[in-house]
Design a protein around this ligand. Structure first.
Ligand code: NAD
Length: 711
């Protein structure tokens, strides 16, 4: 069999070692279900076999379903009844294991997630090897689904509804001790005892039954509306889920329903209830969007799918960071954490040392909060050299400049750095707005010039936008991506344009918020609509965070560069200017659109409605939501049209990971594909009748007519 090996020892205990060939980890595939069914039937039929131990031949037990397979099922137009029958074979197999009359023990040698844990729950006993990286859990909710291999039914029967629900609703992964404490596993043993303990259990328990198959079984704590915990488990959880998801994610509500209904039924009927809810989720685009962007495509990006082939990898061991300000300090910190030697350079030694001191304080704070060794902190700091001396750059393979956002300052540091850098070194700019090709003209080696754009705060934000200038070579791109991978961040690759990709989408969003404010739409409506759409932060709140003086600088630069009217952000410009005149620049001045009282909670500034009187007639919430989402989607489509984006995955990952675009939508291009290009274009035209910036381009209209999706 290609997915497992079966052997039987002299005591009559079978050992099933799950080991899918050609796969780095074990996952559920149709072949595996076939092979396991055959093995189980053999074990049940043979009189010389007393029972079986299931374990894995790989690191970890089973990581769950194959998400690509589930996305394909959606793409091929899975019907709810197809989806429901998908798991019939698996569920029949699991029932055969638990009701066949012979003992089955799951010997978990590491991670048992999703279907892997469901298989273990169908076994009569679960032994886990105490490995620090072992995790168990049912994370299906995080991909918009529910555990459809009996997980929503066995887990509550095993540990009680009240304990099971948070694990199912949040997809919590438990460490070995936690799993033992809640009762998901029965024994925690040192790895070398795993198989022997499991074997012993088989020999000592010849005729086990699952608790739920014993007559008179009741769930600990009860089930249904009359259970003591029903108010907490169902009513309170329902309210919390709806508040948290704003009804954008159907999976948690489906899980609540499956558990509520299923736990009041006999097990075999309960499984059908689970299948019914699973079918609805699999046929819903939210699950497809989450799986495709945040798991499959994020995984591809992390494995450097955009790296040009045939170029030898470069291990950056020495990095220079120019500018020890907010971004430079963050970049130096994450690079040192990845084991890279860092030269942190600023105008003068004091400024550079101040930057290093900030890193020391942040690391110490982290250590105090999360634990960790002083030695590790010291080693990380020892890798950072604070300096004002450019000759220290002579051994660096890569430089990232993060000095002031002014072309003249950038020109100066490019020239000074290149006087000392080795000929092969790459020069990267962390600029958020200045075109890379323009900066590359200031360099002696434009083919080795690239944009590596981090997001703030660097240590927390997972995304890095890599920007190609006109002359950037393939090798420079490949090596920049090697560096991003070393930092364990997710790269996207885009072509040069003012604002690249992410800043363009970001500005389209905040500008729409400011334009609505100027139109007299109630500020609370704007901010709440954003939250209801699932956007990470309201447009006014996030503008306060990035500051209004920065916005003014960007607009002024666009005007002086003679960029097109859209790029001058004319609909938001008056608001930006007005707040700059007032000196209300955002959080950093204690007030912008919001007030930031010392020691108190921020709240919308009461003066807003005096500046921009609220119209008597307010738009529907959906209208506001549409404007906030469509404007970003439209700008993303423009980036495809202009060649800034060459792969839809970059646009979607960039918007979700860098800007907080809602995950349920899968990113702005998935949002358009999900709606359908033609309906998207129609709605844009409607919006354009009042706000011309929504007018779709001839290119997009034609694309819609051809039905040419972005994926
Ligand atoms: P900052 O003002 O906090 O820091 C800039 C640092 O550069 C200061 O320490 C300054 O002393 C130093 N510096 C100025 N001129 C120098 C010179 N000639 N030589 C050496 N050092 C010099 O700015 P920041 O927010 O860290 O932004 C830096 C760059 O990163 C900008 O290009 C900005 O557009 C970009 N960026 C910023 C953010 C953000 O959220 N702040 C996000 C992404 C990218």
């Amino acid at each position: 069999m290609s997915t497992l090996n079966l052997s039987v020892d002299s005591d009559g205990v079978a050992l099933i070692v799950i080991d899918l060939i050609d796969r780095p980890i074990n996952v559920f595939t149709p072949e595996f279900v076939n092979d396991l069914s055959q093995a189980v039937e053999q074990i049940l039929a043979r009189e010389d076999i007393k029972g079986a131990v299931l374990t894995s031949g790989k690191q970890g037990f089973i990581a769950g379903a194959d998400l690509k397979d589930l996305v394909n099922a959606y793409e091929q137009g899975v019907s709810p009844s197809d989806a429901a029958t998908r798991f019939n074979r698996e569920n029949a197999l699991f029932r055969r294991i638990e009701t066949g009359g012979k003992p089955f023990v799951a010997a978990l040698n590491g991670q048992a997630l999703g279907g892997g844990l469901e298989l273990a729950l169908a076994c009569h006993h679960r032994v886990l090897a105490s490995h620090p990286k072992a995790l168990v859990g049912l994370p299906e909710v995080t991909v918009g689904l529910l555990a459809a291999g009996g997980g929503t039914q066995r887990l509550p029967r095993l540990i009680g509804v009240e304990k099971a629900l948070p694990l199912l609703l949040e997809g919590t992964l438990l460490k070995p001790e936690q799993a033992l404490e809640v009762g998901i596993i029965d024994e925690l043993v040192p790895p070398f005892e795993l198989l022997e303990k499991s074997r012993q259990w088989v020999l000592e328990h010849p005729h086990p039954q699952q608790p739920w198959d014993i007559k008179g079984f009741t769930i600990a704590g009860g089930s249904g509306p009359l259970a003591e915990h029903a108010g907490r488990s169902f009513t309170a959880n329902m309210a919390q889920v709806r508040k948290r998801t704003q009804d954008n994610y159907p999976a948690p509500l489906a899980i609540l329903s499956a558990v509520y209904e299923g736990t009041q039924l006999p097990f075999d009927l309960a499984i059908q209830v689970e299948a019914k809810y699973f079918a609805q989720l699999l046929a819903n685009p939210v699950a497809r969007n989450l799986m495709r962007t945040l798991f499959i495509n994020k995984g591809r990006a992390d494995k450097l799918a955009r790296r040009p082939q045939g170029i030898a990898p470069l291990h950056i061991s020495r990095l220079a960071v120019l500018g020890a300000g907010m971004m430079g300090v963050g970049i130096a910190r994450v690079a040192a954490a990845a084991g890279i030697q860092v030269v942190l350079l600023d105008n003068n030694l004091q400024a550079a040392e101040r930057g290093k001191e900030q890193i020391a304080q942040a690391l110490e704070k982290d250590r105090a909060r999360r634990g960790g060794s002083q030695d590790a902190v010291d080693a990380q700091l020892a890798r950072i050299l604070a300096t004002e001396d450019y000759s220290q750059l002579s051994h660096c393979e890569l430089v990232i400049e993060a000095v002031f956002e002014e072309r003249t300052v950038k020109a100066q540091v490019i020239q000074r750095a290149e006087e000392h850098l080795p000929a092969s070194a790459i020069f990267a700019s962390n600029t958020s707005t200045l075109p890379i090709s323009g900066l590359a003209e200031l360099s002696q080696r434009p083919t080795q010039f690239i944009g590596i754009h981090f997001f703030s705060p660097v240590e927390r934000m997972p995304l890095v936008e890599v920007i190609l200038g006109k002359e950037t070579s393939k090798a420079t791109l490949a090596h920049a991506l090697d560096f991003v991978a070393l930092l364990r961040k997710t790269p996207i690759v885009v072509n040069d344009s003012p604002g690249f990709y992410t800043s363009r989408i970001f500005c389209s969003y905040i500008d729409e918020g400011m334009a609505m404010l100027a139109e007299g739409i109630a500020p609370a409506l704007i901010e709440n609509a954003a939250r209801m759409a699932g956007l990470a932060t309201g447009p006014l709140a996030v503008t306060d965070e990035v500051s209004l003086d920065l916005q003014k600088k960007v607009v002024d630069q666009a005007i002086s560069d003679g960029l097109s009217p859209e790029r001058q952000r004319q609909h938001a410009q008056p608001v930006i200017n007005r707040f700059n005149t007032l000196g209300r620049l955002g959080r950093k001045t204690g007030g912008g659109f919001y007030e930031f009282p010392v020691g108190g909670r921020k709240h919308l500034w009461s003066g807003l409605t005096e500046l921009y009187p609220t119209r008597a007639e307010q738009p529907e919430v959906q209208e506001v939501i549409d404007r906030l989402l469509y404007i970003q989607a439209l700008e993303s489509a423009r980036c495809v049209e202009e060649g800034v984006i060459t792969d839809a995955m970059d646009a979607d990952l960039g918007a979700i990971l860098g800007l907080g675009f809602p995950g349920w939508a899968g990113g702005p291009l998935s949002f358009i594909d999900t709606l359908g290009l033609a309906p998207f274009v129609e709605r844009c035209k409607q919006l354009a009748s009042h706000h011309p910036r929504f007018q779709p381009s001839a290119w997009l209209i034609q694309r819609a007519a051809l039905g040419k999706n972005f994926y």
